[in-house]
Design a protein around this ligand. Structure first.
Ligand code: 3PG
Ligand code: MG
Length: 379
């Protein structure tokens, strides 16, 4: 079990103190009436109670976040201006610094950048669970320099994931999807040890299917992982799609959709065709496995669900997870977006703010940002 994280409660009164809070306000934005506006303020609203508590204790509160991936340069479309506007309506007394990633020192974990960031502050709080898998300056350096604490949402996310890993009610069914086998293989391996069943769907599943001698047409495929995928299947508790649906090569797909005819392939996808969603038999067997679960962890869609023609697998999984009375933990922007689009986000036990971070936590049992807080020499 990972040791507990330091809390800010121990600081007592904060009158006259300056507190730097690292948040993750990397929120979706869209152009509305000619300017970028936040379209989902879940991450901002979730942080307001912390801000209010700190203000009530007398602190001056300054928040900092990354926003998109401007790669160390000032890029106007990645300015935090829209986030600032939304924050001002929710909690006007908190200042938000400009995008940390405008400075190359952030991602380089540059000591001098971290020092400049925290200069003039008495305390540091990390309330950015979803960025704590990144060993970046704003996550790693402040705990070396000032007394530091974990924010309440970060603490809750860690505790939830920890209890899932330590004593899951069984059967424990994990569902892993997404495009790239390279990104998710590590987590599938860990989950194959911990869970009773691991369901694998999405683009990554085709490499698993190929190990069984099944033709996958021009579906996503990564030959360098064939052996590892084959070994995982030998364990007997990794469930892959029996069939799939998709399009002929060259057809239009994606959020714009297209007029091309959707084909149900069965188990084999012919040359010249691409699988983009799980098929009806896979849907049924996944739904059955989910229905038997007492604990569910879901990360990643079952297909190109942004295109409504290929959302059937993801929707079936989302509905099965929501209908279950198992403890259900959902991580990852895509799975959360899918749940929200079906109005099911309140029918699961816990929605994690961090996709990458929650997977890395499950895989490694810790994150660089959590370690930095625990090992702060100033605490
Ligand atoms: C996220 O939104 O997933 C986190 O903010 C991490 O962002 P990153 O993947 O750009 O580091
Ligand atoms: Mg991400």
């Amino acid at each position: 079990m990972t040791p507990s994280l330091p809390s800010y409660e121990r600081w007592g009164s904060l009158v006259g103190k300056r507190v730097l809070v690292r948040v993750d306000f990397n929120t979706p934005v869209d152009v509305i009436d000619g300017q970028l506006e936040v379209t989902d303020d879940f991450r901002i609203r979730a942080t307001v109670p912390l801000f209010e508590d700190l203000l009530e204790r007398g602190a001056t509160v300054v928040a900092c976040t990354h926003f998109g991936r401007p790669k160390g340069k000032v890029v106007e479309e990645y300015s935090v201006a829209p986030v600032r506007r939304r924050l001002a309506t929710l909690c006007p007394r908190v200042e938000l610094l400009e995008n940390l990633r405008f400075n190359p020192g952030e991602e380089a974990n540059d000591r001098a950048f971290g020092e400049a960031l925290v200069a003039g502050f008495d305390y540091y709080i990390n309330e950015a669970f979803s960025a704590s898998h990144r060993a970046h300056a704003s996550i790693m350096i402040p705990p070396l320099l000032v007394p530091s604490a974990a924010g309440p949402n970060l603490q809750r996310e860690v505790a939830t994931l920890q209890s899932l890993l330590e004593e899951p009610a069984r059967p424990f069914v994990a569902i892993v999807g997404g495009a790239k086998v390279k990104d998710k293989l590590g987590i599938v391996k860990v989950l194959a040890d911990k869970a009773d069943t691991v369901i694998v769907g999405g683009g990554m599943a085709y490499t698993f299917e190929a190990t069984q001698g099944r033709s996958i047409g021009s579906s996503l495929f990564d030959a360098s992982y064939l052996d590892e995928c084959a070994k995982l299947l030998e364990r007997g508790n990794v469930l892959i799609p029996e069939d799939s649906r998709g399009l002929a090569d060259g057809s239009a797909f994606g959020s714009g959709g297209g007029p091309d005819e959707v084909i149900e392939f069965g188990a084999a996808i012919p040359d010249g065709f691409e699988g983009l969603d799980i098929g009806p038999r896979a849907r049924q067997s996944f739904v059955n496995a989910i229905a038997s679960a007492k604990t569910i962890l879901w990360n990643g869609p079952m297909g190109v669900f942004e295109d409504p023609r290929f959302s059937t697998g993801t929707e079936a999984v989302a509905r099965a997870v929501a209908a279950s009375d198992a403890v259900s933990i959902i991580g990852g922007g895509d799975s959360v977006a899918a749940l929200q689009s079906y109005g099911l986000e309140h029918d699961v036990s816990f929605v994690s703010t961090g996709g990458g971070a929650s997977l890395e936590f499950v895989e490694h049992g810790d994150l660089p940002g959590l370690k930095a807080l625990r090992e702060s020499p100033c605490n």
